[in-house]
Design a binder for this molecule. Sequence first.
Ligand code: PMP
Length: 448
Amino acid sequence: MGLGDQIRRQLAAKALQRQLERVSEEANEPFMPPAAGAAGALSSMQQAERDKLCSFTEMPGYQQVEILRQMSDKLQVASPFFRVHDGVAGATTQIGGTEYLNYANYNYLGFAGDAHVSARAKQAIDRYGTSASASRMVAGERPVQRELEQALAAFYEVDDCVVFVSGHATNVTVIGSLFGPGDLIVHDQLAHNSIVQGAQLSGAKRLSFPHNDWQALDALLARVRNDYRRVLIAIEGLYSMDGDLPDLARFVEIKQRHAAFLMVDEAHSLGVLGERGKGIREHCGLPGDAVDIWMGTLSKTLAGCGGFIAGSQALIDILRHLAPGFLYSVGLAPTLAAASLAALERLIEEPQRVAWLRGRGHQFLDEARRAGLNTGTSAGYAVVPVITGSSLKAAQWANALFEEGINVQPIFYPAVEEKAARLRFFVCSTHEPEQISRTVAALARLAR
Ligand code: PMP
C-alpha cells in the first residue's frame, strides 16, 4: 500500500473514531423530559419522530456497530471477530480448513479437548442428560454439582463454594445482590465488565482506583470510608488486558484496616499463578481466608462454562438461598460440572502443566522485550499484550499474522485507549517453545 493510501485510510479511521466517540458520549447523556405540550413531548411529535423512538436502528448501540463496520470497510481490513473454529481450539486451531497457531482463547492448561476431561463430560451426559432443566433449589441437585463445589472449596481452603451457570452472571448477581444503597463498591479501574455491571445493579456507590494502585485505594478509603456502611473492594488475580497482578498482601491489609470485604476474581489466575496453580493467594503465600469472596470462572483453565464463588459458610448460605442468578436460574449442566471437576482434578494431579505455562509465558515476554516490542506491564503469566499504539495498526498486524498462520485478537478503542490499542496473546501450556519464537519473530518483522 502506498504512503498516500495509508494516510487517507488513517484519516478516514480517525474521522470515524471521532464519530464513534460522539455516539458513545451521546449514549450516556441523561434524558431531560420536556414539559407537556412542549416541542419534544410525545403528543406534539410527527409520526416519523415517534417511529424513531421505537426503532432499534436509531439506538446508539446500533450506530456504534455500524461505525465499526464502516471502519473495517474503509480500512479494507477484514474483521477479526466471530471467526469459526472447526475443532478444539488450543495452542493450534482449525479455521476454514487451515491450521493456525492460536493465541485467542483461555484454554490455559489444555484441558478443553483433553480426552479424559471429555470422557468424564460424556459419562455425565449418559447419566444425567444434557441439562439440569431447572433451578437446583426447586428441581434438585445432581451429585456432580456438589462434588465440584466441594473440590473448589478444598482447593481454596475455605468452607464452601457455589457454582453458577455463567462467570459473567456470577459477578453481576453476587455483587448486585450482596450490596445495596448505603454501601460502597471500590474496584480496580481495569476491573472486568461483569464487576462493574454488578456494582451498578447493586445500587451501591461505585468508585474506582488507578490500576493495581493500593496506595491510591488506601487514600480513597481514608477519605470516604466513614460515609458508607459496608464496603467491597473488588480486584482480579491476573488482569486479562495487561497480564499484570495486584500485590494481594497489601489489599488484604487495607481491607482489614478499613473494615471492608475483599473480592478477588480469579478468572485468569486459577491454574495460572502459584506453583500448583492455586492462583494469586498461592503466588503471594496467603491462606484462603485472607480474602472474603473468591470468584472464578469454569470457562478458562477448568474447560467448562459457568462461574463460582468460594468463601465462608455464611457467604455461600446467603448465595445458595438468595442470589437471583442462582435461585431463579437453571443449575449448572451436569456435563459442564463433570468437565470442570475432571479438569480441576487433573490440575491437582499434574502441577507440571502450570510450570510449563509459566515457562511459555515468560519465554514470550522475554523474547518480545528483546525484540523491542512494547509489552506494557505484563508479568509474563499467560497474558502478554503487544501494544501497537493505534487501532489501525492492531488490525493490520492481526491480519498480517493471520496470513502467516497465527490467530490473535486485536483490542481496539473503545475497549482500551486508542494509544494503548494492542494484540493480546493468551499463552497456553501446550504451546511449543518453537511456536512462541516463531510468533515473536513475525511480530518483530511487522514492527520493523
Ligand atoms: N471475570 C473476568 C476477569 C473475565 O475475564 C471474564 C471473561 N473473560 C469473566 C469474569 C466472565 O467469565 P465467563 O466468560 O466465564 O462468563
